[in-house]
Structures are given as structure tokens and as C-alpha cells.
Design a protein around this ligand. Sequence first.
Ligand code: ZN
Length: 210
Amino acid sequence: MRILLMGAPGSGKGTQAGFIAQKAKVSSVSSGDLFRKNLSEKSELGILAKTFMDRGEYVPDDVTIRMVLDWINDPSNTSGFVLDGFPRTLPQAIALDEELGSVDKVIFFDVPNNDLIERLSGRLICRTCQASFHKIFYPSKNGMICDKCPDELYQRDDDKADVVTNRLKVYMQETQPVIQYYAKQNKLITVDGSKSVDEVESELEMALND
Ligand SMILES: [Zn+2]
């Protein structure tokens, strides 16, 4: 079974990747995992990717695609896979189909924008011990003071609502054509990612057995 997971940052797809992989009896990997692996192993692709990152540039599609294909073509992944966060662009999706023929299921975690902004912009970090909290879902017992040490909590610039809103806008612009591409192939399964983790799991279980 070849499964792709799509969804904006904060949609919860990363949380469910392990569950889906276990149900489908395959391994899961995220594009972020593959970057970290190639960088830490200093593979040829990792070194190449780093030259772009060091210049503050985006790593080009073909480098990302080769990292993913290397992983897919690994003998331990021949029975299938769960790919989390790839493809992110239409050229990546087309390259994947050219290599594999096609995938089996594409699961899109649909979450309203306002929920995503609430989830992503609620994060607070301790200045001293770096402990991570959430204004709504995991607040510190001491308000804006860390409950693991006595220092204050702050919001990272990346987590500010306007930055988060812009990141989501970019994500939607990039991935809308990918979603349409798989919808046309009748591969797209949309799950309601605004529900609780348990409810999303039962929705996924039904979708996988289908
Ligand atoms: Zn602290």
C-alpha cells in the first residue's frame, strides 16, 4: 500500500502517520525526516541540499524528489510506505507518478484555517529551559511563567498569528493543484482533521479498509 499524507502545518497528519503506517503494515517517513537523515549522514544529496540551505535558498524540487525516491526504492520499503508531507508541489507529484506508476491513497487532513491559526499561534516557549506550552491545549499552571522552572514564557516570531497566516496561505497555494491532481485520479480521501485524535483515527481506519 502506497499512501500519501497531505495537510497544512498543524493539521495533525504527523500525529497520525505512525497509526496509518501500523494499520497498513508499512513504514512511514516525513520529508523533514529525510532531510535530517541526509544532512546528518552527509550523503551526496545531503551535501547538495546544504549548499542551497547555506545560501538561504529553497532546496530545488529535483533534490527533494531524489531523496524521497532513494527512500522508496530501499529494499525494506518495497511493500509500500506512508509519505508525510510529500509531494508538496505539482511537479513533485508528477515525478512520483512517473517513477511509481501511481499511489494507492492520498489522505488529506482538512482543518479550517481559523483552527489551524489557533493551534499554530498558541505555542509558548520558556526562555530558560525551552519547555514548550500551548495557550489553550497545554497551558502552564503559572500563566505566562514556566511551571518547570521560574522563568517567563514567550512566543517565537515564527509562531505569531500574522506569520502563521502567511505560512498557511503559501501552503494552500502550493498544494491546491496537488489536491486537485489526486482528486481527478480518484485517489483523494478527505478526513476531518478538526475532530479529536480518536475520532480522526476511526475515520482513518474506515478509509484504509475501504
Ligand atoms: Zn522553564
